[in-house]
Design a protein around this ligand. Structure first.
Ligand code: CMC
Length: 374
């Protein structure tokens, strides 16, 4: 048992042809392509199609895929009756998680438990659409606002952000939102993907794997970091702004607190390529909000202090937190939007797990007592 690795650090858990973090070459490989190149020139639905099917779509394939992503004809309106019963103090992630569980019941047992690739592709595509609808409307339900239906005349990203904000947005905003979704889409073997694959490895269903995945992604060491990061930037602003930003971070580090949006198990002391790509868009949105420039300054000071003091760099959640804020997105939706984007990655991994399954069942390093007598 001397191969024990706490947190499975560096352990290869499975083989995959979905994605790979090539840290040495600073590349996030997605089905053979560089994610940053994809985010620079392709839209979220194109990359989602690539992630789940293994190839980029032609125009016809893209059109029919986009249609499915905006199709709510199979979305049962009773879902909202159930979600309305959830305490209004709940977190959006928990409302979505409940919604996913409920939606599983709209498949027959035979269909739900069918793990064939074709069935998984159908369920997975439907889930990407369902989670986006749930994301926008869960927040509306918690805030007593009217439910919104998807508008199939819009692109996926334009519709998604319009449903979230309850109004139409500029093309520039749609473009940046789409790039954020694309950057979040798939990232090798984070905790949520692993959780989903572990569940799928019992030959449990796609919906069950998603419920596990969303529960994992909610945590502040994972997807929850984007909300924690903006709360920190706003707290610095509240307490004195860029003048006190350096002191604020030094104090936190002295108290051994973590700075959310920094560090990464795989990148460790290297810059997350997604964060490097997305940070340039902050200037484009700075004038969208009051104090945009000041928040950007705080952002830069925190980044510099973290590099100097800890040799740690932003992960993708750090720039996205500020970009979401500048896009006017309500903070409780930051982590849910991350999950909504990641659905494509989860679908691909559940399909791959089911297609070539081996049950995950590790061992332990037992540290408890032995030989106790009754
Ligand atoms: N702030 C301050 N110190 C940190 C941070 C941070 N954000 N991240 C790592 N460290 C320090 C940590 O205190 C430890 O120092 P020491 O060796 O002196 O005790 C050292 O770096 C190693 O930390 P670790 O927790 O053993 O490393 P890990 O690989 O388990 O951590 C991590 C990875 C993401 C949990 C961690 O970097 C962290 O807590 N970051 C903040 C949360 C965050 O931003 N999460 C988003 C991750 S990326 C997007 C996603 O997947 O959602």
């Amino acid at each position: 048992m001397n191969d024990f690795k706490p947190g499975l650090d560096g352990v290869i858990a499975t083989d995959t042809n979905v994605s790979y973090l090539d840290v040495d070459n600073e590349e996030i490989v997605i089905r053979g392509y560089d994610l940053i190149e994809l985010a620079g020139s392709k839209t979220y639905p194109e990359v989602a199609y690539l992630v789940i099917n293994g190839n980029l779509p032609n125009t016809k394939e893209l059109n029919s895929f986009q249609k499915l992503l905006l199709d709510d004809s199979a979305f049962p309106s009773e879902t909202y009756d159930l979600l309305n019963l959830i305490p209004k103090s709940s977190m959006v992630m928990d409302v979505i998680r409940t919604g996913i569980s409920y939606l599983a019941g709209f498949h027959s047992e035979q269909n739900l438990m069918d793990t064939s690739e074709n069935q998984n592709l159908n369920k997975g595509t439907r889930l990407i659409a369902e989670v986006a609808i749930l994301t926008a409307n869960s927040h509306r339900i918690l805030n007593g606002q009217k439910i919104i239906k998807p508008d199939s005349s819009k692109t996926f990203s334009e519709n998604f952000i319009s449903m979230i904000l309850g109004k139409s947005v500029s093309q520039k905003q749609v473009e940046i939102f789409d790039k954020i979704l694309t950057c979040y889409i798939e990232h090798e073997m984070p905790n949520s993907t692993f959780a989903a694959r572990v569940i799928a490895s019992t030959l449990s269903d796609m919906y069950g794997a998603f419920v596990g995945g969303i529960s994992s992604l909610k945590g502040p060491l994972h997807g929850g970091a984007n909300e924690a990061a903006i709360h920190m930037i706003l707290d610095i602003k509240e307490k004195g702004g860029s003048k006190i930003a350096e002191r604020y971070i030094l104090d936190k580090l002295k108290n051994k607190e973590r700075i959310m949006g920094f560090g990464h198990r795989v990148y460790m002391k290297k810059y997350d390529p997604r964060a490097l790509f997305l940070k340039d868009y902050i200037s484009d949105l700075e004038s969208n909000i009051e104090n945009g420039e000041e928040l950007h300054n705080i952002y830069k000071i925190v980044e510099n202090v973290m590099a100097r003091e800890k040799g740690l760099y932003p992960n993708t959640d750090y720039p996205i937190a500020l970009l979401f804020y500048m896009l006017g997105i309500p903070i409780p939706l930051y982590t849910p939007i991350f999950f909504a984007s990641r659905t494509a990655g989860l679908v691909a991994h559940v399909i791959e797990q089911h297609n070539n399954n081996r049950l995950f069942r590790p061992r332990v390093l037992y540290t408890g007592p032995r030989g106790l007598k009754l």
